[in-house]
Ligand binder design. Sequence first.
Ligand SMILES: O=C(O)CCC(=O)C(=O)O
Length: 215
Amino acid sequence: MHQTTLALTGPAPDLPEGVIFRPNALAANEQQELAEGVFAVTAAAPLARLRTKGGGATSAAMTNCGQAGWWSDAKGYRYVTANPATGQSWPLFPESFLRAVRKIAADSPWPDFAPDACLINFYEPGAKMGLHQDRDEKDFAQPIITICLGDDADFLVGGFARTDKTKAFVIHSGDALMMGGASRMLFHGVRKIYAGTSPLPGVNGRFSLTFRRAL
Ligand SMILES: O=C(O)CCC(=O)C(=O)O
């Protein structure tokens, strides 16, 4: 086990090999620009809790932008190129999203990472995301970047089996995580939202922006 941390300002969580954790990857003005991008996307493709195959609903509310969007309903999980709720293409990536991805990927092992999908998750207090692997994408050689906006949260990283031991660490607005290579298929999730900790005006709750190469 070893950790890959860049620009670390706090105590380093001991993360599994290949997980790149970048605390404070994005400055306050960059986070604000991202939040404005999120609001533009959600105006065109509203957030909704998605139905799951088992008959429940996702705890976080979700929407997408990019060429493809992640979707869940009675048929299961998949990527779709049009929003099933509206029949329209997903909104394009806001320019601020592309800038943030370029900045985070620049000095990673995937400097040219070009996502075609961004899943936007919105967590109200009490919302969570269970341990899962991201496995609906075509090419697992492509990494995943997650950017946090708003409230702090406990992020969980486990192993390659759901039952493996997990580590929890707090992620803050402006932090980014990259999972690729050895860490691409690790189970991960969000255990808890720290309500009222968002530093961003107009953001009450937590957004995560998860960039993937889906198609
Ligand atoms: O909200 C997060 O930080 C995690 C998001 C995530 O794991 C996912 O969208 O698959």
